[in-house]
Design a protein around this ligand. Structure first.
Ligand code: PA5
Length: 398
C-alpha cells in the first residue's frame, strides 16, 4: 500500500486557481497520453515471454557462477534499482549479478576482466538500438575474454542478447550467431522498459517475477495520484521551483533515485523546460546539502520517500530506530517547509517488492503525463543523441 501527500506542505507555494483549472483537464491529458505511440509499457506482457524469461533464469542459475548484465541508461537502471532496493548490505546471498556497461574506465574494465577470468560467467547484453558505445565496448571486451576460453559452440551458451525485434547491430549478430535473444517491444523506450525482458530477465534470477509484474500493474490504481503529482510539480515549476530533490531515509533506495533521475531528466528536460531531478540520502546529506536546502537559493522542492514500517526491531534508549528515522523525516519536512521549500511525501507501508514495482508504474505514468504538461515529447531524448553524434565524430563508428 502506498500513500501520497502532495498538498500539506506545497499548498501555499501553488497558485490554487491554476491548480483547479489544470486538474479539471485531467480527462483530456489522459486521453492525450493514451494516443501516444510509445505507451507499450501500459500493456500486459505476454505469457510466452514470461515463461521464456523464467526458463532462461533457471538455466543461468544452474549453469553459471554469475551473470554480467551489460547496458546503460534505461537498459540497466530499472533492474539495477529494483535489485539494489532489496540486496543485503552485507553477506549478500543472492545469485551474483554484475552490472557493467556504464563506464569507459579502463581501471574498471581491467579489474572486471581479471575478476571474471576464472569464473564461469554468462553475459546478458541489453541495448534497444544495439549501437550504444559504452554497452558495445564492454560487450566486446567480455566477448573476447569468452573467446579466449571457449570454442565458438561453447561461447554461444554464454551470451544472451536483449534488443529490438528487427533492427540494429545486435539483432544482426543474433541472426548470424544464433544467440539466445529477447525482444524489447517497438513501442517501449529505454527508461520505460521495466516491464520488458531488459529488466525482467536479470530480476528473474533472484526474484519472483510474477509478484513483480502483479505489483507493477497494481500501480495502475494510483492513476489519480500520478496526475496529481504531475500537476503539483508543474505548478511548482511555474513558481520558480526548478529542482526536485528526492530524499530517502533508507540507503538501499539510492539506486531507485538514480532511476528516478534518469526517468524525469530524459522525459522532461527538453526545449528549455523541465525540472532538474536530484537526490539526497538522509540523514547523511542533512550534514552537507541540508544547509543549502534550508537556507540557500529557493529553486528547490523535495519529494520524500518514506517507509512506514520495518521488519527489523532495533532499540536505542528505548526508542525504535525505524520510528526514530521517520520522526527525523517528519522534522526535516517541517524544517525545510519553514525555510520556503515545498515538500511532497510518498509513503510505502513497507519496503516490499510489490510496493517498489507499483511505485515504478506510478512514476512512469506521472513522468509521461508531466512531459505532456510541459509540452514536450515524453518518450524521446534528442539531447542524448547530440552527445552520441559528437562521440561518433571524434572516435568513429565502433
Ligand atoms: O531511456 C532511454 O531511451 C535511454 O536512456 C537509453 O536507454 C540509453 O541511451 C541506452 O540505449 P540503448 O538501449 O539503445 O543502448
Amino acid at each position: 500500500m502506498i500513500k501520497f501527500d502532495f498538498k500539506t506542505d506545497t499548498e501555499e507555494f501553488i497558485n490554487q486557481e491554476e491548480y483547479a483549472k489544470l486538474y479539471s483537464e485531467k480527462k483530456e491529458w489522459l486521453e492525450k497520453l493514451s494516443k501516444c505511440e510509445m505507451t507499450g509499457w501500459m500493456k500486459e506482457v505476454d505469457s510466452d515471454t514470461i515463461q521464456k524469461i523464467k526458463t532462461t533464469a533457471e538455466k543461468i542459475k544452474q549453469q553459471f557462477d554469475c551473470l554480467v548484465v551489460i547496458g546503460i541508461g534505461g537498459s540497466f537502471l530499472g533492474s539495477y534499482a529494483f535489485h539494489k532496493s532489496f540486496q543485503k548490505y552485507f553477506s549478500d546471498d543472492s545469485f551474483e549479478l554484475i552490472y557493467a556497461g556504464t563506464t569507459l574506465s579502463d581501471e574498471y574494465l581491467e579489474e572486471l576482466v581479471e575478476y571474471l577470468e576464472n569464473k564461469n560467467f554468462c553475459i546478458n547484453v541489453i541495448s534497444k538500438s544495439g549501437t550504444t558505445m559504452e554497452t558495445s565496448v564492454t560487450y566486446h571486451i567480455l566477448k573476447d575474454l569468452l573467446k579466449r576460453k571457449y570454442s565458438q559452440e561453447e561461447l554461444r551458451k554464454h551470451i544472451i542478447v536483449t534488443t529490438d525485434k528487427e533492427k540494429g547491430k545486435l539483432r544482426e549478430e543474433v541472426m548470424e550467431e544464433n544467440y539466445l535473444s529477447f525482444e524489447i517491444p517497438e513501442d517501449i523506450g529505454g527508461r520505460y522498459s521495466f516491464i520488458t525482458p531488459a529488466h525482467l530477465l536479470p530480476l528473474a534470477i533472484n526474484y519472483n517475477i510474477d509478484e513483480i509484474i502483479d505489483g507493477y500493474y497494481d500501480g495502475k490504481r494510483y492513476l489519480e495520484e500520478a496526475f496529481e503529482y504531475a500537476v503539483t510539480r508543474k505548478l511548482l515549476f511555474d513558481q520558480g521551483k526548478y529542482v526536485e530533490n528526492y530524499c530517502i531515509y533508507e540507503e538501499k533506495l539510492s539506486a531507485f533515485t538514480e532511476w528516478l533521475k534518469q526517468l524525469f531528466g530524459e522525459t522532461e528536460g527538453k526545449n528549455g523546460v523541465g525540472i532538474y531531478p536530484t537526490s539526497s540520502v538522509h540523514t547523511r546529506d542533512l550534514h552537507s546539502l541540508g544547509q543549502f536546502i534550508q537556507e540557500g537559493n529557493k529553486v528547490i522542492f523535495e519529494t520524500f520517500i518514506k517507509i512506514e514500517k520495518s521488519s527489523n526491531y532495533i532499540l536505542y534508549k528505548g526508542k525504535n530506530l525505524h520510528e526514530m528515522n521517520n520522526l527525523v523525516l517528519d522534522s526535516v519536512v517541517r524544517a525545510h517547509h519553514s525555510g520556503g521549500v515545498p515538500c511532497i511525501e510518498i509513503t510505502m507501508d513497507k519496503l516490499t517488492e510489490k510496493n517498489v514495482s507499483s511505485l515504478i508504474y506510478f512514476f512512469l505514468l506521472s513522468a509521461s503525463l508531466s512531459g505532456l504538461l510541459f509540452g514536450v515529447d515524453p518518450f524521446n531524448q534528442p539531447g542524448v543523441e547530440v552527445y552520441k553524434k559528437e562521440v561518433k565524430k571524434s572516435i568513429g563508428e565502433l
